[in-house]
Design a protein around this ligand. Structure first.
Ligand SMILES: Cc1cc2nc3c(=O)[nH]c(=O)nc-3n(C[C@H](O)[C@H](O)[C@H](O)COP(=O)(O)OP(=O)(O)OC[C@H]3O[C@@H](n4cnc5c(N)ncnc54)[C@H](O)[C@@H]3O)c2cc1C
Length: 394
């Protein structure tokens, strides 16, 4: 293999490029990204950058010297617009073609938006975060639409800066689909305690110049509106490639999407053999892990290994650090296996079928959380791992 192209210059793409070099690949290595910046980290955008605690100078994932040492053909501000899998070339917006023997697709996701004429903030890039940060401060009225992890983090930071925050969520209980009703309820109580006006069961019809219009006609006025209602995988450029796209680039258990093509990170939907299901994961450490795994399988297909991770996620909200391992979606049961749910100091275990498939912890010692992670990794039988007296919650 003489030419490898990685499209998407962020967590997954950089991890793939570094792994290729570490594993001895010496050919041309193109890293193509449409943002004008060198790879940078996104989790601080809704935390330390939004709060003003950090300057954006702390965001780059690597110093320039380290990027230089990779000997990259680094193309920033360059969008891929098409893929020719027959002649093996990536098409760029400026009309040029970049030929490849091996390709890694790591183009991530972009935020969904809502209907309406009013200005909408989103939170995906450093520019998004700086633009919103400049608008926050004591007395400013911010409406956040969507009380998922991203919306919840932004609401927490904005209220900490003295903004008057309204958090609007269509579901009756925020995060219930991901973490279960009882856990979602307890986590969302933190918003009320910090003076955030949390409105559940409220659908937003449109964003207007005055704020947001709810489905029942009520206008919630705001100086700024942040829309945090999920994301679209960036796959449009793959439309005529012959690769299978369906809520992400569809990959097999080796992260392979087609001959010489692998997917990694937020954009990739793949079969995780550890859980026996197809998943697409939007977590920071997962993106790097899949970038590394895809790079190894691309270099040595004859020794390819299935990519079977225990996904990991964290979120910081107010004084809470929430950590989750495994695959919680679609669970059949949640039980509190340590600590106290009501005190927001607990470990919740998730059962799917007869196995422990996930854990979520708040404010618990790392050793105890790691022990539960091992149960998830081992696919431990629920009846053996979870004490009979553990409290079952909805
Ligand atoms: C505000 C925020 C907070 C987060 N907090 C957490 C957290 O606390 N914990 C956690 O686990 N995860 C968190 N995440 C998620 C985590 O940041 C992502 O999972 C991770 O960034 C995914 O990396 P990626 O490389 O797959 O995709 P991305 O980081 O989305 O990178 C994809 C890159 O490809 C570029 N691109 C897209 N299309 C093209 C194209 N056609 N041509 C060229 N380039 C293209 C994009 O512009 C982007 O630069 C957070 C994300 C955000 C936005």
């Amino acid at each position: 293999m003489r030419r490898v192209v990685v499209v998407g210059a962020s967590a997954a793409g950089l991890a793939a490029a570094e792994t290729l070099r570490r594993e001895g690949y010496e050919g041309t290595l193109s890293l193509i990204g449409d943002e004008p910046y060198a790879p940078y980290d996104r989790p601080p955008l809704s935390k330390q950058i939004l709060s003003g605690e950090w300057s954006h100078e702390r965001l780059p994932l690597r110093p320039y010297a380290d990027l230089d040492a990779l000997g990259l053909d680094l193309r920033l501000g360059a969008a891929a617009t098409g893929l020719d899998t027959t002649d093996r070339a990536v098409l760029l917006a400026d009309g040029s073609r970049v030929a490849y023997d091996g390709l890694i697709v790591a183009t991530g996701v972009r935020p969904r938006r809502l209907p309406g004429d009013g200005a909408q903030h989103v939170l995906r890039t450093v520019d998004d975060a700086l633009a919103l940060r400049d608008r926050l401060g004591p007395g400013r009225r911010l409406v956040v639409v969507g009380a998922g992890f991203l919306g919840a983090e932004a609401a927490a930071v904005a209220s900490g800066l003295g903004a008057r925050v309204t958090l609007i969520e269509p579901a009756p209980v925020p995060l219930a689909h991901a973490v279960g009703g009882a856990v979602g309820q307890v986590l969302s109580r933190a918003h009320l305690e910090h003076g955030v006006d949390l409105r559940t069961g409220a659908a937003v019809a449109e964003v207007t110049e005055q704020g947001v219009r709810l489905a029942d006609g009520e206008l919630v006025e705001a100086d700024d509106v942040l829309v945090a209602v999920g994301s679209h995988p960036n796959t449009e450029w793959l439309a005529d490639s012959g690769l299978t796209v369906g809520d992400g680039l569809v990959c097999d258990e080796y992260s392979a999407a087609g001959p010489g093509v692998y997917g990694a990170g937020d954009v990739a939907r793949w079969h995780n053999p550890l859980f026996g299901v197809e998943m697409r994961i939007e977590h920071r450490t997962h993106a790097a892990e899949q970038g590394m795994a895809a790079a190894r399988n691309l270099l040595r297909p004859e020794a390819a290994k299935p990519f079977a991770p225990v996904p990991y996620f964290w979120s910081d909200q107010y004084d809470m650090r929430i950590q989750a391992y495994g695959y919680l979606r679609g669970h059949d049961e949640v039980a509190i296996v340590a600590g106290e749910l009501a005190q927001r100091r607990f470990i919740a275990a998730y059962r799917t079928g007869d196995r422990v498939t996930g854990v979520l912890a708040v404010g618990m010692p790392p050793g105890e959380i790691r022990q539960w992670r091992r149960s998830v990794a081992a696919g431990a039988p629920w009846d053996e791992a979870v004490p009979a007296q553990a409290a079952e919650v909805a």
